[in-house]
Design a protein around this ligand. Sequence first.
Ligand SMILES: CC(C)(COP(=O)(O)OP(=O)(O)OC[C@H]1O[C@@H](n2cnc3c(N)ncnc32)[C@H](O)[C@@H]1OP(=O)(O)O)[C@@H](O)C(=O)NCCC(=O)NCCS
Length: 152
Amino acid sequence: MIQVEDVSFRAMKHIDLPYVLSNESAAYSHPWTQGNFRTSLNGADYCCLVLVDQRAVGHGILSSGAGDAHVLNLCVHPEQQGAGLGRKLLNHLLAQAAGRKVNSVFLEVRASNTAAITLYDTTGFNEIGRRRNYYPVDVGREDAIVMAKELF
Ligand SMILES: CC(C)(COP(=O)(O)OP(=O)(O)OC[C@H]1O[C@@H](n2cnc3c(N)ncnc32)[C@H](O)[C@@H]1OP(=O)(O)O)[C@@H](O)C(=O)NCCC(=O)NCCS
């Protein structure tokens, strides 16, 4: 298991995509596509990070504009989860948002995603709404919880 002190962050590059897609597929039931990541990498208002040890073990994507930011993706490979990496990655994204002088950070999370909701709760995010039947599941759909955190 990787130690949280040993990981660092750097900007995601197109060359990272094989590792990023591998981590994404391992961690999510409905992973982003390569096209989703390419759109983020090519967008001016996106902050795309990888969490690296020997190689990329996680990634985070933040978009910002008009005074707000959105955490669009937060992912740690399942073999490395539970060691503090997700919290470190989220805090780094929030620092990036603060550096862009945004007032509020928003995100959406599956209502069944207890680990992520607990992480967001304990990082100062509050539930501000729900989108009914927003996410696909294997059979049917589930709600998205919309959360927000004020930075300033
Ligand atoms: C959400 C995710 C990024 C968290 O990463 P992680 O490295 O496992 O998280 P950490 O070890 O830093 O734990 C942070 C906090 O999350 C919560 N948490 C983590 N795993 C948990 C679990 N199994 N059950 C309940 N809470 C949990 C705890 O509050 C924990 O803080 P603590 O260790 O101080 O108690 C990771 O589980 C993941 O990649 N999941 C799949 C992708 C995903 O769902 N992303 C979020 C989309 S909105």
